[in-house]
Each structure stands twice: as structure tokens, then as C-alpha cells.
Ligand binder design. Structure first.
Ligand code: DX5
Ligand code: ZN
Length: 224
């Protein structure tokens, strides 16, 4: 495992000042943008026009998390716009491999998201088509929820394949990551940690990013 990545989630930022809020976490590895359509999840956030407006204001690689129906149609434009990683949900499409190929063809990394109750086993065979796997540790739709530790065995399943040399993928976790929960996720084998409220509710968001990264790096040395 390399250095842990922190993906700062602007869902917890001030939406009226998105460019400034992105600049406040310059040291984040990725900038996590939660796209919700009020169909796949019971909440509505921002979409492609806002992502297109935000992209040129920041150098931080953008990590778009699409909690939307019909990613077959809507995911590739995020890659075309210049997102670094585009994750969509396994539960939202019958053709995850086709969507991943379209995202990669448009020049971005492709990510497969799974909700807390979705097993990972049915998707292991297609993970080589992806660059990232986004394991949700809360029910998607809202920030500020409590971490669900029961998802960590899924991290372990993927991590063991990586360690065995059978797969190359970034394991990302999303939901409830903070100073109290990041260590158990790191010990389970997570590479990339999404953090929203833990970063933006801090007086100094950049310091929070740095502190989370340091905690994850130390804990990943004690892998289970
Ligand atoms: C939830 C989103 C998360 C959210 C995490 O549906 O996918 O990315 O921003 O927020 P926290 O870190 O507050 O749990
Ligand atoms: Zn997210």
C-alpha cells in the first residue's frame, strides 16, 4: 500500500463558496464531489454544470461520486469534463463494465460504488475493469452519519486479492470517516479515505486533512 489518500468531500462545505472551500483543502489528494439525483438517493445536490464550473478553479484531482440512476448515460460526461475519478453505483446499472469502459475511454479513472448492504463478491470478477472501488460506510445520501464498521470485511476481501497480486485497484471508503474511525478502516486495508464533516467542520480544514492522513498512515502499518 502506498501513502494513504484523503479525498475531501465538499458535501460538507459551503455551497455558496465552492471554489474557496476547495482551496481550503489544497493538501487533499482528491476533491470528492457527491452528485445526487433525488432518485437513486433521497437527496439532491449538484450536477455536471457545477462540476464543470469548479474544475478550472482547482488543481486538486476531482473524485466524482455519482449517486444517480442511469450512469450509462450520465457518467461519461464527468470524465469528458476532466474529472480524475468517476465512481458510479453497482446498484444503478445492469452494465457496469460498459460504463467503466466509457469512463476510461473518456480519460478518467473508473470507480465502482457499493452501498453498505451490497455484497462485493458478485463484482470481484469485473473489478479489473475499474481503477477504484468505493465501499460506502454509510447509506448514501447524506453527510454527517455514523460509520458502519460491518462493511470492513468487504475491504478485506478486495485487499487480499490486491496483496495476492491478483488485482490492482484503489480501495476507497466513504462515510463517517473521522479521527475515531479512520484507523480501523486503514487497518482493514483502505487506500483512499473520503472525509466530509471531519474536514469541513474543523477550524482548519487543511490541518484536519493532514491529521487524518497521518493517522491513516500510522494505522496502516498495523494491518490485520
Ligand atoms: C454520502 C456521501 C459522502 C459524504 C460523507 O452519501 O457519499 O461522500 O460526503 O460525509 P461524512 O464524511 O460527513 O460522512
Ligand atoms: Zn461520496
Amino acid at each position: 500500500m502506498g501513502k494513504p489518500l484523503i479525498s475531501a468531500s465538499i458535501l460538507a462545505a459551503d455551497f455558496a463558496r465552492l471554489a474557496e472551500e476547495a482551496a481550503a483543502v489544497k493538501n487533499a489528494d482528491w476533491l470528492h464531489v457527491d452528485v445526487m439525483d433525488n432518485h437513486f438517493v433521497p437527496n439532491l445536490t449538484i450536477g455536471l454544470p457545477v462540476v464543470e464550473a469548479l474544475l478550472p478553479t482547482t488543481d486538486i484531482p476531482m473524485d466524482c461520486h455519482l449517486m444517480i440512476e442511469n450512469p450509462d448515460r450520465w457518467a461519461p460526461p464527468y470524465a469528458e469534463a476532466g474529472a480524475h475519478n468517476v465512481s458510479f453505483h453497482a446498484e444503478a446499472t445492469d452494465n457496469p463494465v460498459a460504463v467503466a469502459r466509457d469512463i476510461r475511454a473518456a480519460g478518467a479513472k473508473a470507480g465502482l460504488g457499493v452501498k453498505p448492504g451490497t455484497p462485493i463478491e458478485p463484482y470481484l470478477e469485473i473489478l479489473p475493469e475499474f481503477d477504484t472501488v468505493l465501499i460506502m460506510s454509510v447509506e448514501p445520501g447524506f453527510g454527517g452519519q455514523s460509520f458502519i464498521p460491518e462493511v470492513l470485511p468487504k475491504v478485506g476481501v478486495v485487499r487480499r486479492l490486491i496483496d495476492a497480486g491478483e488485482l490492482s485497484i484503489i480501495v476507497e471508503i466513504d462515510g463517517g470517516i473521522n479521527a475515531d474511525t479512520i484507523e480501523q478502516a486503514a487497518e482493514a486495508g483502505v487506500d483512499c479515505f473520503v472525509a466530509g464533516s471531519a474536514v469541513y467542520s474543523a477550524a482548519d480544514p487543511a490541518a484536519a486533512v493532514e491529521s487524518l492522513r497521518r493517522q491513516a498512515a500510522a494505522a496502516s502499518k498495523h494491518r490485520r
